[in-house]
Design a binder for this molecule. Structure first.
Ligand SMILES: [Zn+2]
Length: 391
């Protein structure tokens, strides 16, 4: 599907009340016609919402900075149009159409830009998104719609992020970790904004696959009927997903039995009373299932296993980036004296990291020394990222 040649109507707009926003080009989108996608509706999800096209407004902020080339977004009008063309191709099967409400330049304060840039120097795999997001002016966000902030690069670790709290912002990098634009990443982040989690069961290069092996950088990626159903529930609200906490009605061990009220080995929302509806529907959502669908005991167990693994490492979405310190010692500490010499550590800990950990320079490092170094890089004793990695 090619992009229409002139999707923009340009007009000028000035924000008076915020010094960080300069005079802006405001591109009003007449319409990337929605009927274009009408025929692509897969439809048919059981108990589905109606299948008419939903048009969701997006306000785009292009980050600008003189001091950080990682922030300063070089995206052209044509680039942006192409990105949204691809995003809409990805969302066509859901009959969800993302419509650019306006495009604005967002001038990032030099100190913020500097800190962001520095964070990428010390840790190329992880940009300090918080400093950036905290600096975005709240009152310029589109309140009835979606907001996408575009920076030039987020380093090697990510090409996009969805921050559910406090505003439900999507941040996208013009240059993906691969060094060029991958608009499917924005389609993925918008999926998070429509309540979709990373897939647990679906492979098939699904749009919402996390960083699992088998994910291929194709232009368009599939969504399941269940995901489409879930996304449309959120889309109806016209604003980004905001996660709620639901108290578990039972300890982990007995949770499935408790919620499988009719004891048929599958869990549904329908068999549960009002009190547990929120919890069960949220559980189903985490499995990329619609509220009318079900979860088997095996699927439930797999989800619990995955959650436990993540919680060992972090809050959620922890990613193992190294071996556990115990396993390093199990392999390396031949004489079991609780310390590793350079020789013992070789092959497991790069010489540079060894030197960093060996604070007293006695040629030995302890578990505590390694942990101290890991903490500086945001890793824990198990080798997972400590802070939950934004999705
Ligand atoms: Zn994600």
């Amino acid at each position: 599907m090619g992009s229409p040649s002139k999707p923009y109507h340009r007009s000028m707009n000035t924000w008076h009340n915020n010094p960080t926003l300069t005079r802006l080009n405001r591109f009003l989108i007449t319409a990337l016609t929605s009927t274009l996608f009408a025929s692509a509706w897969a439809g048919g999800a059981k108990g589905s919402l109606d299948s008419e096209t939903m048009t969701l407004p997006v306000r785009v902020f292009l980050a600008k900075s003189e001091v950080s080339n990682k922030i300063n977004c070089t995206m052209s009008e044509e680039d942006l149009a192409e990105v949204f063309t691809v995003v809409n191709e990805n969302w066509a099967p859901a009959n969800i159409h993302w419509s650019l409400e306006s495009v604005q330049e967002l001038r990032v304060e030099p100190n913020v830009a500097h800190e962001y840039q520095e964070s990428l120097k010390t840790n190329p795999r992880r940009a300090n998104m918080k400093v950036l997001i905290d600096s975005f002016p709240n009152d310029q966000r589109l309140s009835k719609g979606f907001n996408v902030f575009i920076v030039e690069s987020m380093g090697k670790g990510a090409g996009g992020v969805f921050r559910p709290k406090p505003y439900g912002d999507v941040i996208y990098a013009h240059q993906s970790p691969r060094g060029f634009a991958v608009p499917a990443i924005l389609a993925h982040e918008l999926g998070h904004a429509l309540s979709l989690p990373h897939t647990v069961f679906e492979k098939n290069n699904n749009l919402m696959m996390g960083s699992a092996p088998g994910r291929k950088p194709t232009r368009v990626k599939p969504l399941t009927a269940s995901q489409i159903h879930l996304a449309r529930i959120q889309a109806k609200q016209g604003k980004p997903f905001s996660p709620k906490f639901y108290k578990s009605p039972s300890p982990k061990k007995t949770l499935f039995a408790k919620l499988d009220v009719n004891s048929d080995g599958t869990l549904t929302a329908a068999e549960n009373g009002e009190a547990h509806q929120g919890f069960v529907r949220n559980l189903l959502r985490q499995a990329s299932r619609a509220p009318h669908e079900s979860l088997t005991k095996d699927e439930f167990d797999l989800m619990q296993m995955r959650r436990n693994r993540n919680q060992q490492g972090s809050g959620s979405n922890g990613r193992r980036v190294g071996p556990s310190i115990d396993s390093i010692f199990a392999k390396g500490d031949a004489n079991q004296d609780g310390k590793l010499s350079r020789d013992e550590a070789s092959g497991q800990i790069p010489p540079r990291n060894f030197a960093m950990s060996d604070k007293d320079e006695d040629g030995f490092i302890t578990k505590e020394d390694i942990l101290a170094t890991r903490k500086r890089f945001g890793l824990n004793v198990e080798g997972f990222r400590i802070q939950s990695r934004p999705e």
